[in-house]
Design a protein around this ligand. Structure first.
Ligand SMILES: Cc1cc2nc3c(=O)[nH]c(=O)nc-3n(C[C@H](O)[C@H](O)[C@H](O)COP(=O)(O)OP(=O)(O)OC[C@H]3O[C@@H](n4cnc5c(N)ncnc54)[C@H](O)[C@@H]3O)c2cc1C
Length: 300
């Protein structure tokens, strides 16, 4: 990548913050990955779109990330641009519609909805991702998912260089899947329809989800949440546990003792360790049960 060319584009402090050669381990929840040539934080949607246009017009390798909580970054580093959305975080609540920038955390959206006496977002409380990442993945928990509340998403379309509003149907949200995984569009902001609710009851619901997370998930170690999708007709964590894989290690990566669906970084794990452990789990589960596990975790 021509770093100078990229840095000269980013040389406008009102529009962009950036760093160079930052380890991806500082930017992802797994705490893994080598240096990223350029990491930038556009400060508003206009700057974000202009940057995406510049990167695609010039064929510069890049990836848009929210909180980096569902990705595995390569050990050898990334000779390209990480575009981080955390500054695109405006939030507006009018009646029962929440309009929110792609970089805002879904946990913060859940809290804002609760304060406004709106129900529907509580399920996302405790998911450590952004609105953009949650739409891309159709994130879900405790029987609800983004699909249940989304009205539309404002997206940047690299094919035209323009901005387009995709309604819920056009987003084709399925189990940990969306049209964004295929059409290459980037979410800029989204609208959610919530319902009036009792703030205290919503608070209690969120607290319940959080305590269930603390009880069941190994939140004390870096991870990217569940590594695998639900296998149809099976509980993936149970299959992995029954295969005797809990606690299995490759280097610093370990199948969590607390929740077999999680792989955790016990210290010094590399992407290579994590991939090798994932392959081992898939092979063992297939050999024992004939079930092919599908990865939810995204390899950069
Ligand atoms: C402890 C823990 C618990 C978790 N629990 C859950 C859970 O209960 N349910 C669940 O579904 N997930 C869970 N996850 C996984 C993860 O938090 C979600 O998938 C989350 O939605 C990812 O959001 P993110 O912003 O971190 O995405 P990132 O990891 O930054 O990116 C993920 C993908 O989304 C794309 N993306 C990011 N932003 C945009 C955008 N603006 N436009 C287009 N594409 C974009 C990226 O390019 C990438 O391909 C958990 C993870 C952890 C670590």
């Amino acid at each position: 990548m021509d770093k100078k060319h990229v840095l000269s584009f980013l040389n406008d402090a009102e529009k962009y913050e950036y760093t160079v050669d930052t380890p991806a381990s500082e930017l992802t929840s797994f705490r893994v990955g080598g240096p990223v040539s350029v990491v930038t934080y556009p400060r508003d949607k206009g700057a974000f779109c202009a940057l995406l246009r510049f990167l695609s017009d010039n064929g510069i390798k890049h990836i848009v990330l929210g909180c980096g909580s569902n990705v595995l970054a390569p050990d050898e580093g990334y000779d390209g641009v990480f575009v981080l959305t955390s500054r695109i975080a405006e939030i507006l609540i009018e009646d029962n519609i929440m309009t929110v920038g792609c970089g805002r955390g879904v946990t913060s959206c859940a809290s804002a909805a609760q304060k406004a006496g709106l129900s529907g977002f509580a399920f996302a409380y405790g998911i450590p991702g952004s609105v953009g990442g949650a739409i891309y993945m159709n994130a879900g928990a405790y029987g609800s998912e983004i699909k249940d509340i989304i009205v539309s998403a404002e997206c940047f379309d690299p094919a035209t260089g323009g901005v387009i509003e995709l309604c819920k149907d056009a987003l084709s949200l399925g189990y940990r899947d969306s049209a964004l995984r295929r059409n290459g569009m980037t979410v800029l902001s989204a609208r959610f329809r919530l319902a009036p609710g009792d703030p205290e009851a919503i608070m209690a619901e969120m607290a319940d989800y959080m305590s269930r997370r603390r009880e069941k998930q190994p939140l004390e170690f870096p991870s990217a949440g569940s590594v695998f999708k639900r296998a149809p007709g099976h509980f993936t964590g149970k299959l992995i546990e029954d295969a005797g894989l809990k606690g299995t290690r490759v280097g610093g990566a370990e199948v969590s003792e607390k929740h077999a669906g999680f792989i955790v970084n016990r210290g010094g794990a590399t992407a290579r360790d994590i991939k090798a452990l994932i392959d081992l789990v898939c092979e063992r589960v297939y050999a024992l049960y004939g079930v092919r596990l599908e990865r939810e975790l995204i390899y950069i």
